[in-house]
Design a protein around this ligand. Structure first.
Ligand SMILES: *Cc1c(COP(=O)(O)O)cnc(C)c1O
Length: 389
């Protein structure tokens, strides 16, 4: 089935069960059994959809069915946020004495887990340059349990060669987890390239309307059962209403991604031609240092996020961002509306000076997440804002 069709029909079983066209919202924390024998069965079964909502909920089931199809995995789990998905996955899969390999650039909170949290629990973490395959290889130890990937990654949309890393990992029996948020399953399918667990912040493209926080974990039945067991204790639960909004978002994901991909590529090329701009980073640009790799592993397109450096200092960059009228100055990405942030301003509160340096964030960096506005309006807005530099 094509993606456009499966986002509408992969949860078909529930249409029959509910007897409604729009999905029913099961706003119930707990579900009754018919009799005590059925209760005993429900209580002992993993991944149950109608026992207690922290364990599962029918609306979660519908999201799971669609996400597993989109990522090409056996099954999926849903969580209350992207960080809920990442933290739960990591805590489920690693133990004291294990070693983890992660990238120099990750989503900020993932970096915090790697730098500060896992070491507190006796897990060793090596941080490697993600563009250097030999760095991954050199970091492998006898106790390496897991490699964490994220591609493309902030702030310069740098890529990791997913297939090359998973090949290396398979040789050593290491699990690979990939954060596929920045690409979306429409543009990149890490499981097809050998990744064991694909995680998402569904807050971004999947929900797509900047109204919920949610997370998804796509993986095999075996790993899902293990991760679910930890999930029920961690308690990063998606509310039935937010699961319903996520489901609504997923219905239009393919058409939104198509427009987002084309808008962003056009805007990136346009920015590259403006003399007030120093550099543009977008995997779809021929000038991106890893464009060849992008063509290989990002089959559908390159997503909404464009990073660029303006010609100017911190204050000039602030002026430029403030002068944009259409894109709201807000964190996040992948919604229907364009958003923009001054990258250094976003991270200076959370990262220390050294972490900022490692993450490679200069003062004149801007991150723009392109929405569904008409591209000519977006171009005109950027053009007028560049005049304040
Ligand atoms: C937003 C984001 C997260 C965190 O997701 P939340 O839903 O905000 O918890 C993780 N990884 C990436 C790449 C993100 O963009």
């Amino acid at each position: 089935m094509y993606k456009e069709t499966l986002v509408l029909h992969a949860d078909h079983d529930w249409v029959k069960k509910d007897g409604t066209v729009a999905p029913a919202i099961y706003y119930s924390s707990t579900f009754p059994a018919q009799d005590s024998a059925e209760f005993a069965e429900m209580a002992s079964k993993p991944l149950h959809s109608q026992y207690y909502t922290r364990y599962g909920n029918p609306v979660h089931e519908r999201v799971k069915a669609i996400m597993a199809e989109l990522e090409g995995t056996e099954t999926a789990l849903v969580t209350g946020s992207g960080m809920g998905a990442i933290a739960t996955t990591l805590l489920a899969l690693v133990s004291a004495g294990d070693h983890v390999i992660a990238q120099t650039r990750h989503y900020m909170s993932t970096t915090k887990i790697m730098d500060e949290m896992l070491p507190r629990f006796g897990v060793e973490v090596s941080i490697v340059e993600q563009t250097d395959l030999t760095a991954f290889e050199a970091a492998i130890r006898p106790n390496t349990k897991l490699i964490m990937l994220e591609t493309p990654a902030n702030p310069t949309l740098v890529l990791t060669d997913i297939a090359a890393v998973t090949e290396l990992a398979k040789k050593h029996g290491i699990l690979v987890v990939a954060d596929n948020t920045f690409a979306s399953p429409l543009n990149q399918r890490p499981h097809d390239l050998g990744v064991d667990v694909v995680v998402h912040s569904a807050t971004k493209y999947l929900g797509g309307h900047s109204d919920i926080t949610a997370g998804v974990i796509c993986t095999s039945h075996n790993l899902a059962e293990m991760i679910w067991d930890t999930h029920t204790s961690i308690g990063s639960v998606l509310s039935p209403m937010d699961a319903w909004l996520l489901l609504r978002g997923l219905r239009t994901l393919p058409v939104r991604m198509e427009r987002i991909n084309s808008n962003a590529l056009v805007l990136a090329e346009f920015l590259e031609n403006q003399e007030e701009i120093e550099n543009v980073y977008y995997p779809g640009l021929v000038s991106h240092p890893q464009h060849e790799l992008a063509l290989k592993q990002m089959k559908g397109g390159y997503g909404s996020v464009i990073a660029f450096a303006v010609k100017g200092d911190y204050a000039a960059t602030q002026r430029f961002v403030s002068a944009l009228n259409l894109s709201l100055n807000a964190v996040s990405l992948g919604g229907v509306e364009s958003l923009v942030v001054h990258t250094a301003a976003m991270w200076e509160g959370a990262l220390n000076e050294e972490q900022m340096k490692t993450a490679g964030i200069p003062p004149n960096f801007v991150r723009y997440s392109v929405g569904l506005e008409h591209i000519e309006d977006l171009k005109a807005d950027v053009l007028q804002a560049l005049k304040v530099l």
